[in-house]
Design a binder for this molecule. Structure first.
Ligand code: FAQ
Length: 327
């Protein structure tokens, strides 16, 4: 999978001791805005955190294809079906880019896939909710993609080269998804009263998961401080949530739609949005496997793994055939 040039970073740096001098010079590189590349030395914790985050992101993309994917066969019209099919394919492609970026840090794709289907790794909370109507798929494409772009655009300026380059490319595609989703929402919001009702109900259903999507509030976030010091995360969870609210709440209200939070308003003095703190207990339950669709999502992935094993084996055998003679 890595080709012959690949050197397992865990082995390459196994004997390097993490001295204070080495840690300081690493931090200095980050502070100067240099990119860290796979062949560079990095603290074990930087590597571990990056693997965790990129892997979770990759899993989110393939699991994220599922709620919208269920609407491909039922999309209203041929053009919307084609567009949705292309979008879902893009999401799976994003997972490929991200798994490749995570592999550069020394975790194999097989291990990542195993950790996903055994429930060891997390993926985004938001994909554990059902897309009940066509309007849900529209809201996902508009607002989940919008949230993803806020996060990814910021983090594409981060410190780890392969992740940043993957994010840059992903953002181009997500921007188009967002336009597709917006078009669908506008169509429903300006349609018949039944269509308006359908999109309003979808908005109500997705609001809390969307607020959760940016991660726990800064007061209770575990990793933000370390990840921001290392420029893996370029803004805190609350800052990204604020940016999303600032960009999208006015657009939602402009369409005559409402949001299910009576406290939601912009404080003109502070420039910050005020909102009801979303239920973080629900968030914890969902990310730890007890959301409405967790079991179903992992069951689909397990089935895909099982059914696709022969393809993986064929590729592996093929790789061996080509790689061995030059080893
Ligand atoms: N869902 O200390 P923090 C997409 C966990 S891609 C699940 O604040 P951190 C494309 C976190 O892992 C969407 N778990 O964590 C698409 C940690 O648990 P751990 C995915 C979450 O890492 C669109 C614990 O809570 N994007 O949508 C979530 O500093 C449409 C404590 O939290 C990414 O993954 C959550 N929302 O910040 C596809 C972007 N939030 O691991 C199809 C990369 C937190 O210690 C259709 N990731 N947790 O057991 C990130 O930017 C960060 O990881 C955050 C969380 C911001 C998500």
């Amino acid at each position: 999978m890595y080709g012959n040039a690949y050197i397992d970073p865990n082995e390459k740096f196994a004997s390097v001791e993490e001295t204070p001098e080495l840690l300081a010079s690493f931090q200095a590189r980050i502070d100067r805005g240099e990119k860290i590349e796979p062949q560079d030395w990095m603290p074990a914790m930087y590597r571990k955190q990056l693997i965790r985050m990129i892997e979770q992101h990759a899993h989110s993309e393939i699991i994220g294809a599922l709620p919208e994917g269920t609407w491909i066969t039922r999309a209203p019209g041929f053009r919307r079906k084609l567009a949705l099919m292309a979008k879902v394919q893009d999401e799976v492609g994003h997972a490929q880019l991200l798994y490749s970026a995570a592999e550069t840090l020394g975790k194999s794709r097989e291990d990542m896939m195993n950790d996903l289907i055994t429930g060891k790794s997390k993926y985004s909370n938001i994909f554990n909710y059902p897309a009940k109507t066509w309007a849900d798929s529209a809201v996902i494409a508009w607002l989940v993609d919008a949230g993803a772009i806020v996060n990814q655009l910021a983090n594409s300026k981060g410190s780890y080269g392969p992740y940043c380059r993957a994010l840059e490319r992903i953002c181009y595609e997500e921007s188009f998804h967002l336009k597709y989703g917006h078009d669908n929402v506008v169509h429903l919001a300006t349609g018949t009263s039944k269509q308006r009702q359908m999109v309003q109900e979808a908005m109500n259903r997705w609001w809390t998961p969307l607020m959760h999507f940016f991660g726990p509030s800064d007061k209770i976030s575990v990793h933000t401080e370390t990840l921001m010091r290392w420029k893996v995360k370029m803004a805190s969870n609350d800052a990204m949530r604020q940016q999303f609210l600032d960009m999208y709440v006015p657009k939602i209200w402009d369409l005559g739609l409402t949001l299910p939070d009576p406290k939601l308003k912009k404080n003109e003095e502070t420039g910050l949005w005020e909102y009801t703190e979303p239920d973080w207990e629900e968030f914890k339950r969902v990310i730890n496997g007890d959301g409405p669709c967790n079991a179903e999502r992992l069951a689909v992935r397990r089935m895909a793994e099982e059914n696709g094993k022969w393809v993986a084996n064929a590729i592996k055998n093929d790789e061996e055939k080509y790689v061995t003679p030059f080893a």
